[in-house]
Design a protein around this ligand. Structure first.
Ligand SMILES: CC(C)(COP(=O)(O)OP(=O)(O)OC[C@H]1O[C@@H](n2cnc3c(N)ncnc32)[C@H](O)[C@@H]1OP(=O)(O)O)[C@@H](O)C(=O)NCCC(=O)NCCS
Length: 210
């Protein structure tokens, strides 16, 4: 299935074989591996294998692995995954990472809005959750700023490089999600309000004429 979710700074799209080098360049930093399940050291071969695996998983619709494409360069600078999709209970998990030189530009905040919109509107999910290894402050802040609620601490839930980590559970419900209006939506919103305003003026004019 070929899905491309268009945003303002970024798009979410299916990975291509030719994306391996940019995935490798962005994923190889230790700060990406620190609180994720990405291998470290990260090799070009890891990126090539990852792309092959994502194509197999997407076919089964159990997971949607989207590359985060920077619109300006068309390069993949990170990943956004919708995984562990439970169609019966309408729940799914998100996982994400972004190349370090792109941090702090609200790119992941936009990617989260795009994936929530896809999960809630297209897949009709009712709950989307994220598990954060304690103490991944950047990810915690990102989720809080994206309206996720803290649900609790799963003690010793992850073994990372021989060390037990606690996972913090965050989630957002479809009823709590308000997608930020895009420029396109704003135009139509403006068109609608201008239309109402002009119609009211016409109505007032008619009343005075009568
Ligand atoms: C976590 C991560 C994805 C954040 O991405 P990002 O694009 O830098 O985040 P954004 O710029 O969209 O920030 C979103 C909000 O969180 C805040 N935030 C992000 N990092 C923060 C930090 N370290 N301290 C305080 N606030 C922070 C931002 O200020 C912003 O808030 P605002 O909208 O009110 O300004 C990125 O740091 C990353 O890839 N880390 C390594 C991989 C990882 O840990 N993945 C998560 C696994 S659970």
């Amino acid at each position: 299935m070929e899905i491309k979710i268009k945003g303002e700074q970024i798009n979410l799209r299916k990975l291509k074989k030719s994306d391996a080098l940019s995935i490798y360049q962005n994923a190889k930093d230790f700060d990406i591996a620190k609180y994720t399940r990405l291998p470290y050291p990260y090799k070009l071969k890891n990126a090539e294998d990852f792309i092959k695996i994502t194509h197999q998983k997407i076919k089964k619709k159990k997971v949607f692995e989207f590359g985060i494409e920077l619109k300006e360069t068309k390069k993949i600078i990170g990943m956004m995954s919708l995984m562990n999709i439970d169609y019966n209970n309408k729940n799914a998990e998100i996982g994400y990472w972004l190349g370090k030189k792109y941090w702090g530009k609200k790119i992941m905040k936009e990617a989260i809005i795009l994936i929530l919109n896809f999960g809630f509107k297209k897949l009709k999910l009712i709950r989307i959750y994220a598990k954060v290894m304690h103490p991944n402050i950047s990810s915690i802040k990102l989720l809080e700023k994206s309206n996720f609620q803290y649900e609790g601490r799963m003690r010793r839930a992850t073994l990372r490089k021989g060390k037990w980590m606690d996972d913090l559970m965050y989630s957002i419900l479809s009823s709590e999600f308000k997608s930020k209006p895009t420029a396109q939506n704003l135009n139509s919103l403006c068109y609608a309000s201008c239309h109402v305003f002009l119609s009211s003026l016409t109505l007032i004019k008619i009343i005075f004429m009568i």
